[in-house]
Design a protein. Structure first.
Length: 335
């Protein structure tokens, strides 16, 4: 799929639009067609999905003039809080969905927000950057998948988001497994800083992608009257699937934390060994350095200067003191 063609908005900022009839595949529409369709009353349960690029200069103005979205939706657009949530306001579902970018990678992570408004006849989604879950949903619609309602389409969007999260988890788990295998083999091929970067990425994903439990709990217990029982049940199931993925992420974060601690302990142990070797070398060289320094002074009265065996006597003294120093060092280490 050509990304530039797929995500080229029209003059209203519309990226893609589909009209769904019960049991039929989505029919593509442009902004003018969608506007005309919304003005025509329908009783067959059909609905429209419109996906916009809110960064387009004319998008928000077109939305306000033609779609009649609730004030709560525009207030949500301007909120600084970007936490994932679904709320019921003014007879419409208002959702804030965080998702990874189309070209997301764990080495260069980036996350963007999408805002959704859904009622009985219309689901509107807006974003600033291309997102993976929306691209998957578009591909499913183009392949002929059918949806019975706007709520069913919203549930599918949340499930696609969960699928993206599962794939990210699989990639992160693979990197963690490689680091763990290296550690068990006694090799430090993975740096502690690399695990720290991976951990920070997962923490950010967990913080932004985890839905607010209070808002979701209220929605599931008091759903809109126009939302079918089956849609409520599927929303509950998709939420449970998403929670499972987030729980797995929490477990992976704990694994990474333990690996970081093990790597730090191994590095400290290697440093201690190196320091011990350096200490031994210093201790071995200490007696000979002291004695050589004393005997090398150009002053009178140096002992054994005229002794034929003076050299060997000094060597014996140095060796004796060296053995004593080594013995004291190893004895303290064993203690």
């Amino acid at each position: 799929m050509n990304l530039n063609d797929s995500y080229g908005p029209d003059a209203a900022g519309l990226i893609c639009g589909y009209v769904f009839a019960p049991g039929e595949r989505g029919r593509k529409v442009n902004a003018a067609d969608a506007q005309a369709w919304l003005k025509t009353p329908t009783t067959d349960g059909s609905f429209v999905w419109l996906h916009f690029n809110i960064a387009h200069a004319a998008c928000e103005k077109w939305l306000a003039q033609n779609l009649g979205l609730t004030d709560a939706f525009y207030e949500t657009l301007r909120e600084e809080s970007r936490s994932t949530r679904i709320e019921y306001a003014d007879d419409a579902l208002i959702a804030v969905v965080n998702d990874v970018l189309f070209d997301f990678s764990l080495d260069a992570p980036d996350i963007a927000t999408m805002w959704v408004s859904a009622d009985t006849r219309m689901l509107v989604s807006v974003r600033t950057k291309p997102l993976r879950s929306i691209d998957q949903l578009r591909a499913s619609v183009n392949n002929g998948e059918t949806f019975r309602s706007t709520a069913d389409l919203l549930v599918r969007l949340l499930r696609d988001q969960a699928d993206v999260l599962v794939r990210i988890m699989r990639e992160a788990t693979q990197k963690t497994d490689v680091a763990e295998d290296s550690l068990l083999a006694g090799r430090l091929e993975t740096k502690r800083a690399n695990l720290g970067t991976l951990r920070r990425v997962l923490v950010r994903l967990q913080r932004l992608l985890a839905p607010e439990p209070a808002a979701l709990f209220r929605l599931l217990n008091h759903p809109p009257v126009w939302m079918a029982t089956q849609d409520v049940q599927e929303l509950r199931e998709s939420t449970e699937e998403f929670s499972t993925a987030l729980n797995d992420m929490a477990g992976l974060l704990e694994r990474i934390k333990l690996l970081q601690e093990e790597i730090a302990a191994m590095v400290n142990e290697q440093n201690n060994r190196s320091l011990f070797v350096l200490t031994i070398v210093t201790v071995l060289a200490l007696p000979i350095n002291i004695i050589a320094g004393l005997l090398g002074m150009n002053v009178g009265g140096i002992p054994l200067a005229k002794e034929d065996n003076g050299f060997w006597i000094i060597v014996g003294i140095v060796a004796t003191f060296t053995v004593i120093a080594v013995w004291i060092t190893f004895k303290r280490r064993r203690d």
